[in-house]
Design a protein around this ligand. Structure first.
Ligand code: ZN
Length: 419
């Protein structure tokens, strides 16, 4: 542990040193470069040690690997005993990477062993001079990146075609869907819709992507209308961050557009629907059906209180939510519900899962919407907006977004053909 502390102190000193230099003379660039040349990997000077990267093979144990490096069993035992409270190498997983660090002497000797159970985490044991071990996370670096495209199928497929890692584009798609959940109907996304996004991506080892940490700005051209989204702190005291559009309007609405994240509308609100099953007679459909696989989470579209959790032959298992004196919603044909009568729930909370209980020919959720006691089509309603930004903050907002907006505007939209 002492060596690590020394190592960190060394860096802090260099840092202070550089700040000091940069404030007083012009030779700093040269000096900075020299300091930068010392590169460390897992705390070991890269010019003084050799690093060998390997992967755990079938049946490999910590003891086997070390024995194969000429360390005999009593020594291995001593090392394990001494460090057993700090690290645990008893269960190495097949396929996970490990690194052997050797001294550059005439006879190369194994100095340390580093096991990497995940992209970010590692466990290190130093085997010579002084024996010690610790677990740590690799240092992250952050980069702002952009993605863009013209939608030909779904947003999801489109981002996948840009060569992004699957985990990253699933994350990006979900975040975009969250930002625009209130303002763009992702079930009605049109061929030819265009989007751009600037996001911050965390990396380890400079090149291995870990996760997206935030969406800084986005742009959607949907049905000919431009809709920007800028991440903005609207309340610095409470630390509230919202997405606002180019007119400083909150993108959040009191209601989500849909009770499921992804899927498709299979039947809309239609008072003149004719159904073959009923001899082609008019059977009004006062709900919107969202088809999705059984087990898909059903989200409450707004904050509210659960007023019914029940089962009928027609509705199957269903949940009803009272949002306020004006609005009530209902969700039918659930496989299972996740709430109790009287429970308060927030927008986006999972209230049940898609099923096919009751009168239904396939898995879907029938979403019903009441305004002042009358069933209406939620897609035809002008739904209330979330709290608008304070007037006093507007001017600052418009000047704060100038730079990021011009960055976003300069992103060239990729067409499917050019990918
Ligand atoms: Zn329905």
């Amino acid at each position: 542990m002492n060596k690590r502390i020394k190592y960190y102190c060394f860096f802090v000193l260099i840092y202070v040193f550089i700040i000091f230099l940069s404030s007083c003379n012009s030779e700093i660039n040269e000096i900075k470069k020299e300091e930068d040349l010392i590169k460390y990997k897992y705390g070991y000077d890269e010019s003084k040690y050799l690093f060998e990267e390997k992967k755990v093979g079938k049946g490999d144990t910590f003891g086997d690997i070390l024995e194969g490096q000429g360390i005999d069993y009593p020594e291995i035992y001593k090392a394990i005993e001494k460090t057993k409270n700090d690290v645990d190498f008893r269960k190495l997983k097949i396929g996970k990477p490990y690194t052997l660090i050797y001294t550059k002497d005439s006879i190369r000797k194994l100095k340390a062993f580093v096991y990497q159970p995940s992209i970010e985490e590692y466990s290190l044991i130093q085997l010579r001079d002084s024996i010690y071990a610790y677990k740590d996370k690799k240092e992250r670096t952050y980069k702002d990146l952009s993605a863009s495209g013209t939608v030909y199928n779904s947003l999801y497929e489109n981002l996948g075609e840009q060569g992004l890692e699957p985990k990253i584009y699933v994350d990006l798609t979900n975040r975009l869907a969250d930002i625009y959940a209130w303002t763009i109907d992702f079930f009605r996304i049109d061929k030819g819709d265009q989007f751009k996004v600037i996001y911050t991506q965390a990396f380890v080892d400079d090149t291995i992507p870990v996760e997206i940490t935030k969406i800084k700005a986005a742009y959607f051209l949907h049905k000919g209308a431009e809709r920007y989204a800028f991440e903005y702190e609207t309340d610095s005291i409470k630390g509230i961050v919202e997405y606002l559009d180019q007119d400083a309007k909150n993108l959040r609405r009191a209601f989500l557009q849909s009770p499921i994240k992804f899927g498709s509308i299979s039947s809309r609100y239609n008072l003149r629907r004719r159904i073959a099953y009923y001899g082609n007679r008019i059977r009004p459909h006062k709900g919107t059906d969202f088809a999705a696989p059984v087990g898909t989470p059903i989200l409450s579209t707004a904050n509210g209180t659960i007023t019914e959790v029940s089962y009928t032959r027609a509705n199957g298992r269903y949940v009803k939510v009272k949002h306020n004196n004006t609005y009530t919603t209902q969700y039918l044909h659930m496989r299972k519900s996740n709430v109790k009568v009287g429970q308060f729930i927030e927008q986006g909370d999972v209230i049940g899962w898609v099923g096919m209980t009751g009168n239904t020919s396939g898995p879907h959720v029938c979403y019903r919407f009441w305004k002042n006691g009358i069933q209406v089509d939620p897609f035809k309603q002008k739904l209330p907006e979330a709290k608008p930004i304070k007037e006093s903050l507007k001017k600052k907002y418009f000047s704060d977004i100038v730079l990021i907006k011009s960055e976003l505007d300069s992103v060239i939209i990729k067409n499917k053909t050019s990918i």
